[in-house]
Design a protein around this ligand. Structure first.
Ligand code: FAD
Length: 408
C-alpha cells in the first residue's frame, strides 16, 4: 500500500492548491467553518455561487467523463481535490447528498436522456438533490419500505411517507425508492425513481433538531405522478440501484471523519483551569486527549487505505465501515470531554463562551445523529463482522418471503 501521491497526483494537487488559494480563504483552525452568522437562504446562495465557480474551473465533477460534463479525471484526482478543499473555508455542506449520493447514482444508472438533463445542472449547483429512502418502518433495513409505486399507463403513482430526508426542503430533485411489487420478496420488488420535488402531492415538513438546525424532513407523498421516463434503473431492481447509492454515501460520510478534534481539545485544555491548575496537566484530561488522538489517527489510516484503493482504480473495501463507526464515536466522546473542560460553564452556549467552543458543542450535539445517519453503529458492526472478519452472517428468515405476507 502506497500512501504517497503519484507524480501526476502531485502535479494535480499543486494545480488545485493554486486555484483554491486564488479563489477561497484558507482555514486557520477546525473552528473555522464557512457560514457562521448566515441564515439558510444566505448559505444556500453562497453554496450555489461556490459550486458554479468550481464548475467553471472544471473541478465540480473531476472523475465524471467529459461527455457527462465532468473533467474526465480519475477518482484519485477527485480525492486529491477533496483533501485540498477541506483546508479552505467553503460552503459545501448542502451538496453532500446531492453530489455524494444522488448524482453518482444517476450517473451510474441513468438513461442517456436523464444524464443529459440532470448531471450538468447538479454539477453547477443549479439543482440540489435529496435522497428519499428511509421511512418510519424502514431505515437500517430498507427492504421493509412501504411507499407504494403503482403503474398507470406511462406514469407511476407514488403514495407513502419518507422521513429523515436531508435537505428535502430546499432540494429541487430527489432519488426515491418505492415498492412496485408486493408479491416479490422484500428486496426484489423495489424500483428507484427521479422525482421533481415540486410535483403536486409532495408535502415536505421540516424537523426541528436539538442543535436548533432544520437539517432533515418528513416527506409525505400523496398520489404523486411520475412519468416512467423518470424511472432510474430497471423496474424491480431498486435494491441494486440503492446498494450502489449507499456505497457512495458511506464513503462520502467516512471522508468527514478525518478531522483534528484532538488538537482542538489540547487548545481548550491549555486554556481551561481545573482545581487551580491548567486542565492539560490533569491525568484524566490527558488520557481523554490521547484517546481522541488514537481514534482519529486510526480513522485517518483507514481513510488512507480507501484512498490508496481508489488511486489504484479499486473500490474501498468493507473496512470503511470502521471509519464511520470509530469516527462518529470519537466526535461524541471528544465533544463530551470539551464540554467537561468548561466545567459548569461548559453547558453555556458557544455564542457566549467564545468561538473556540462552537465546534466541540456542535459535535457533541450532532454526534448521536452521525452515529445513525448512513447506517447505524450496529449496522457498521454487522458489516465488519460479516465482510471483514468473516464471522457467520446474521439469521435473515424473511429474505425469501413475499413482502405482502410480511406486512399482513
Ligand atoms: C443526520 C441524519 C441524516 C439522515 N439523512 C437521510 C437522508 O437524507 N435520506 C434518507 O433516506 N435517510 C436519512 N437518514 C436516515 C438514516 O439513514 C436512518 O435513520 C438509519 O439508516 C437508521 O434507520 P432507522 O432510523 O429507521 O433505525 P432502525 O433501522 O429502526 O434501527 C433502530 C435500532 O435498531 C438497530 N438495528 C437495526 N437493525 C439491526 C440489525 N440488523 N442488527 C443490530 N442492530 C440493528 C439500529 O442500530 C438502531 O439502534 C438520516 C439520519 C440522520 C440521523
Amino acid at each position: 500500500m502506497d500512501f504517497n501521491d503519484t507524480p501526476q497526483e502531485a502535479d494535480f494537487r499543486a494545480e488545485v492548491r493554486r486555484w483554491l488559494e486564488a479563489n477561497a480563504t484558507e482555514r486557520r483552525s477546525r473552528e473555522d467553518k464557512f457560514g457562521a452568522g448566515l441564515n439558510e437562504a444566505e448559505y444556500l446562495a453562497a453554496a450555489r455561487a461556490w459550486q458554479a465557480r468550481k464548475a467553471a474551473a472544471g473541478y465540480a465533477a473531476i472523475a465524471a467523463p467529459k461527455a457527462m460534463g465532468g473533467l474526465g479525471g480519475t477518482p484519485a484526482m477527485q480525492v486529491v481535490y477533496g483533501q485540498e478543499e477541506a483546508k479552505f473555508l467553503v460552503p459545501d455542506r448542502v451538496f453532500e447528498i446531492s453530489l455524494g449520493t444522488a448524482i453518482p447514482t444517476v450517473a451510474m444508472w441513468g438513461t442517456p436522456e436523464q444524464k443529459e438533463k440532470y448531471l450538468a445542472p447538479a454539477f453547477r449547483g443549479d439543482h440540489i438533490w435529496c435522497a428519499l429512502l428511509s421511512e418510519p418502518s424502514a431505515g437500517s433495513d430498507l427492504g421493509n419500505l412501504r411507499t407504494r409505486a403503482t403503474r398507470d399507463g406511462d406514469e407511476w403513482v407514488i403514495s407513502g411517507q419518507k422521513v429523515w430526508t436531508s435537505g428535502a426542503h430546499f432540494a429541487q430533485f430527489g432519488i426515491l425508492l418505492a415498492r412496485s411489487d408486493w408479491d416479490s420478496p422484500k428486496s426484489k420488488g423495489l424500483t428507484m425513481f427521479i422525482v421533481d420535488m415540486k410535483t403536486p402531492g409532495i408535502d415536505v415538513r421540516p424537523i426541528h433538531q436539538a442543535s436548533d438546525e432544520y437539517h432533515f424532513n418528513e416527506v409525505f407523498l400523496n398520489d404523486v405522478r411520475i412519468p416512467d421516463s423518470q424511472r432510474l434503473g430497471p423496474e424491480g431492481q431498486g435494491w441494486k440501484v440503492m446498494l450502489s447509492t449507499l456505497m457512495q454515501e458511506r464513503f462520502a460520510l467516512g471522508n468527514n471523519f478525518s478531522g483534528d478534534l484532538y488538537a482542538q481539545l489540547i487548545g481548550l485544555a491549555q486554556a481551561s483551569q481545573w482545581n487551580g491548575a491548567p486542565a492539560v496537566e490533569n491525568a484524566t484530561v490527558r488520557a481523554g486527549i490521547a484517546d481522541a488522538y488514537i481514534r482519529q489517527f486510526g480513522v485517518e489510516l483507514i481513510v488512507r487505505r480507501g484512498m490508496s484503493a481508489i488511486s489504484k482504480g479499486e473500490n474501498p473495501g468493507p473496512e470503511m465501515a470502521a471509519v464511520k463507526l470509530v469516527g462518529a464515536r470519537a466526535f461524541q466522546t471528544g465533544g463530551a470531554l470539551a464540554i467537561e473542560l468548561g466545567g459548569a460553564e461548559g453547558l453555556i452556549a458557544a455564542q457566549d463562551l467564545g468561538a473556540e467552543w462552537r465546534l466541540p458543542q456542535l459535535l457533541w450535539i450532532s454526534a448521536p445523529g452521525a452515529r445513525i445517519a448512513g447506517g447505524t453503529d450496529e449496522i457498521q458492526k454487522n458489516t465488519i463482522a460479516e465482510q471483514v472478519l468473516g464471522l457467520p452472517a446474521e439469521a435473515r428468515t424473511d429474505r425469501d418471503m413475499p413482502f405482502r405476507e410480511l406486512v399482513h
